[in-house]
Design a protein around this ligand. Structure first.
Ligand code: UD1
Ligand code: MG
Length: 444
């Protein structure tokens, strides 16, 4: 099925309304660029033949969409011109061609399939949506027989057309045999002086081809032109991701305060307390509780562990089963093996911490000497007393005890006690003499 379908995704626009130095379609929703969302939706239908139209100098965008092919639209003369620039890349392809907009990121594969089915009937189909807020969108002129006779951009609408509430999502599916004969006839005599892709509807009609419309939900096809729409799309996707996680058996005490990435992977019976943020590539296995105000990214957490409140788990960290990472703990590029505990205000960077080891409050693993990061290995069943600093690289062997307040600069053997702090001396009665002396000085 894939060989009979191609997709052209338009992404060359500067996105001026975003007021950004970055191409619009690289702005993220649920921590993934908009364009990647669109590519994923296409992937199942036309993965072998996807062409992304980009602007000059958009190298990051080119790398982001790879292995999809890119072609450069040299000047941004409108969506019709952008689609036309894919001509050479498509060659003599004569199957169904999707034309999609890179700034409509929440579109779903099933909808694309329905659009393709409709276009196979007539040769041309557009994806529309009904809305109470049509502002900024092209309007579909729908005839009594339900065919679309024209799409009119808002700036070119008559008052009567502006009142239409069926809008253009920007997604088309077109018979590849006819596509370029229609695109070649688009002109730019309109309010913006651009070549509008939307004109292919009336052009096809002149050839006796009626455009059919597939109507979908407005939340699926909202276009992102400005930052407030980016935030709105984020809200829509977060709601979907949370619902999906909960249907997989995750408890969220206050779902609206939990932020997920597209690829967040949460096992069943995971409990997420309010105000938790999941960056990309996080997996949490079943029965684990993520307590309030925790921040996790690029890490994995095993089963029946407890993270937070106020924990930060940074990239390349691996937390095992039955691990306890408490409040104000930062874990960075470190592994905590099964049953390890670090419950209060600590920094664990570039370390491997063995199973059942207990890291006392205020422990710092000093992994950076200003030039290089060093790794420390702490074995199984080790007890690190509070307020210790471990100057990496250090190996502390199984069962060792580190006395509180130690600064560890040498390796510690198995089952040894390491004390590395100044010895205490108590001077009897010293405080009384001191106070008398000070009081006398004050009385003079
Ligand atoms: C477009 C549609 C409008 C539709 C809306 C849906 C046209 C003329 N208008 O308007 O009917 O309701 O999307 O969101 O098609 N692009 C290029 N090259 C260009 C111009 C644009 O590649 O020369 C790309 C942009 O990068 C963007 C997409 O095409 O990803 C849409 O362009 P945009 O300027 O956002 O069009 P809208 O005004 O939103
Ligand atoms: Mg747009």
């Amino acid at each position: 099925m894939k060989n009979d379908t191609a997709a052209i995704i338009l992404a060359a626009g500067k996105g001026t309304r975003m007021k950004s130095t970055m191409p619009k379609v690289l702005h993220c929703i649920a921590n993934e660029p908009m364009i990647t969302h669109v590519l994923r939706a296409c992937d199942e239908i036309s993965s072998d033949n996807i062409i992304v139209v980009i602007g000059e100098g958009m190298d990051t965008l080119k790398n982001t969409v790879a292995p999809a092919r890119t072609i450069v639209q040299t000047s941004q003369n409108g969506t019709g011109d952008a689609a036309k620039s894919a001509r050479d890349a498509l060659g003599d392809f004569d199957g169904s061609v999707f034309i999609l907009l890179g700034d409509v990121p929440l579109i779903k594969t099933e909808t694309l399939q329905a659009l393709k089915d409709a276009s196979l009937q007539t040769g041309l189909a557009v994806l529309g949506f009904e809305t109470n807020a049509p502002h900024g969108y092209g309007r579909l002129v729908v005839e009594d027989d339900k065919s679309v006779s024209a799409i009119v951009e808002e700036k070119d609408c008559t008052d009567e057309q502006r009142a239409i509430n069926i809008c253009n999502s920007g997604a088309f599916c077109v018979d590849g045999k006819k596509l370029f004969t229609w695109l070649d006839r688009i002109e730019n005599n309109n309010a913006q002086g651009e070549y509008y892709l939307t004109d292919i509807v009336s052009i096809a009609r002149q050839d006796g081809v009626q455009c059919s419309a597939v109507i979908t939900n407005e939340t699926e096809v909202m276009g992102i032109n400005a930052r407030h729409q980016l935030a709105q799309a984020e809200g829509i996707l977060q709601t979907q991701l949370r619902a999906q996680a909960m249907s997989n058996g995750v408890t969220m005490i206050d779902p609206n305060t939990v932020y997920l990435s597209v690829d967040t992977n949460l096992g069943n019976d995971v409990i997420i307390e309010p105000h938790v943020y999941f960056g990309t590539h996080v997996s949490v296995e079943s029965g684990t509780r993520i307590r309030a105000f925790s921040h996790l990214e690029k890490c994995s957490v095993g089963q029946h562990s407890e993270i937070g409140p106020f924990a930060r788990i940074r990239p390349q960290s691996k937390i095992g089963n039955h691990v306890s990472v408490g409040n104000f703990i930062e874990v960075n590029r470190s592994e905590l093996k099964d049953g390890a505990k670090s419950k209060h205000i600590s920094y664990l960077g570039d370390a491997v911490i063995g199973s059942k080891t207990n890291i006392g409050a205020g422990t710092i693993i000093a992994n950076y000497d200003g030039f290089t990061k060093h790794t420390s290995h702490i074995g199984e069943g080790v007890f690190v007393g509070s307020n210790s600093t471990i100057i990496s690289p250090i190996t502390i062997d199984d069962g060792a005890i580190i006395a509180a307040g130690s600064i560890i600069t040498e390796n510690v053997d198995k089952d040894a006690l390491a004390i590395a702090r100044a010895a205490q001396s108590n001077l009897d009665g010293w405080a009384i003499e001191y106070r008398e002396k000070k009081q006398n000085e004050k009385n003079v």
